[in-house]
Design a protein around this ligand. Structure first.
Ligand SMILES: Cc1cc2nc3c(=O)[nH]c(=O)nc-3n(C[C@H](O)[C@H](O)[C@H](O)COP(=O)(O)OP(=O)(O)OC[C@H]3O[C@@H](n4cnc5c(N)ncnc54)[C@H](O)[C@@H]3O)c2cc1C
Length: 387
């Protein structure tokens, strides 16, 4: 079978690899090249921490387990770090953290209260402010280095025969005998199946192709899909896991960097305005970062990046054919770093063998059929620990 995968972010790369491993002829296309979408600007915390919907929680827990399995199979430099995470709450957030820990424990999701010294031992070189009143450790969580994971997945996909190239798809034709994609230059390519893994651009491409995949597309100041990440150069920081504090979330990154985000500053981010290390938000983030570090880490440099979420309109994963007779398989999600290896494998199994995957049943795109967009419930990932 010939499969065209449109979009070479973490989802497209994962499904392309799984399809190629199954022996299919795979062509992975990206308008600007691999890893140029949301996968380049993500906090990349692997977790099921605030996934309140039971099906979505189950999917994310399975996503966490899949990372561990994949790490054993996949070559290349280490990309997945099962380090756990530490959450620190102050008096304003404490009851929220307490209810989270209780809820997660009742679901057999490992969660422990820790003392200040334990938190520092687990998290590394951070100074926990005196205002912190409760600390929890989630030992099964972790993080990935997204550019490394992407590059390892692509290398493995190529090894299994996948062709990867640059090309913008302007429309997909979902014909009964097969599918066709039309490229920006007018060239047409045919395939037995097409996978749309086009992240935040999916709504637009789907509409142009006569399909209905509702996403949040409102990219403006104050929109829940607009975020900001700071890439802080801090070679002397010994951060050992994902850390959430009321002022800043932190995760280790490659090349002596730390990725940070201040969720409560997101609403001030204007996605159209140029960002510099000197802008107000970047300076506020550096200040918060410095307060959390020990004296050994003076004057960190920051590269701020606007980060746009790929968010289906109801906040949950979309995985499946656009309609019962369709040959276009849609794969779009927030929490795509946690979910990509799992979704890639399950989607490939559905495409190759027509094996319906139980974990994906609640996430079919057909759930939107007949629902007005204004009726959809939008989630907001703007609180401590919500990604
Ligand atoms: C601030 C922020 C924090 C996040 N934190 C986390 C987290 O902690 N944990 C977690 O699990 N997830 C997190 N996420 C979500 C996660 O990063 C995304 O879900 C994931 O990266 C999406 O990957 P993707 O492959 O679907 O999309 P993308 O990486 O955007 O890839 C889509 C690709 O499709 C290509 N494309 C689009 N249209 C076309 C076209 N017409 N023709 C050809 N190519 C096309 C684009 O160029 C792009 O490369 C976060 C996201 C943000 C923004």
């Amino acid at each position: 079978m010939k499969v065209i995968v449109v979009g070479a972010g973490i989802l497209g790369a994962s499904v392309a690899r799984s399809l190629a491993m199954a022996g299919e002829r795979v062509h992975l296309l990206d308008q600007w090249g691999p890893g140029t979408g949301t996968t380049a600007t993500t906090f990349a915390w692997v977790n099921a921490n605030r996934k309140l919907d039971p099906d979505y929680f189950r999917l994310n827990v399975a996503g966490m387990e899949e990372h561990a399995k994949l790490a054993h199979e996949l070559g290349g430099p280490q990309a997945y770090f099962p380090t756990g995470s530490v959450h620190c709450a102050d008096s304003r957030n404490e009851s929220w953290l307490v209810s989270s820990v209780e809820r997660l424990r009742s679901l057999d999701y490992p969660a422990h209260w820790v003392e200040r010294e334990d938190a520092v031992r687990i998290a590394g070189d951070i100074r926990i402010p005196d205002s912190i009143t409760a600390m929890a450790h989630f030992p099964n969580e972790g993080y990935v280095l997204p550019e490394r994971l992407l590059s390892n997945l692509l290398a493995d996909a190529r090894r299994h025969g996948a062709e990867i190239s640059v090309g913008e798809v302007v429309a997909v034709h979902d014909d009964p005998g097969g599918s066709r994609v039309v490229l920006a230059g007018g060239e047409t390519r045919t395939a037995d199946r097409v996978v749309l893994a086009t992240g935040r651009w999916t709504d637009d491409l789907a509409t142009r192709s006569g399909l209905d995949i509702p996403m949040m597309t409102d990219i403006r100041r104050g929109s829940p899909i607009v975020g900001l990440l700071g890439y802080v150069t801090s070679p002397r920081v010994d951060l050992r896991c994902v850390v959430h504090t009321p002022s800043l979330n932190l995760r280790p990154a490659a090349h002596g960097r730390t990725v940070v985000q201040a969720l409560n500053l997101n609403s001030g981010v204007d996605p159209k305005a140029p960002l510099s290390a000197d802008c107000e938000i970047a300076r506020a983030i550096v200040q918060r970062f410095s307060r959390l570090m020990t004296e050994r880490n003076p004057s960190p440099e920051i590269e701020p990046r606007v980060a746009i979420r790929s968010m289906p309109a109801d906040g949950q994963t979309i995985a499946g054919y656009a309609s019962e007779r369709s040959r276009v398989y849609c794969l779009v999600t927030h929490s795509g770093i946690t979910l990509a290896p799992l979704l890639g494998r399950l989607a490939a199994a559905e495409i190759v063998n027509d094996h319906t995957q139980d974990l994906l049943q609640a996430f079919r795109p057909t759930r939107f059929a007949g629902v007005r967009r204004s009726e959809l419930n939008i989630t907001r990932a703007t609180r401590l620990g919500e990604q």
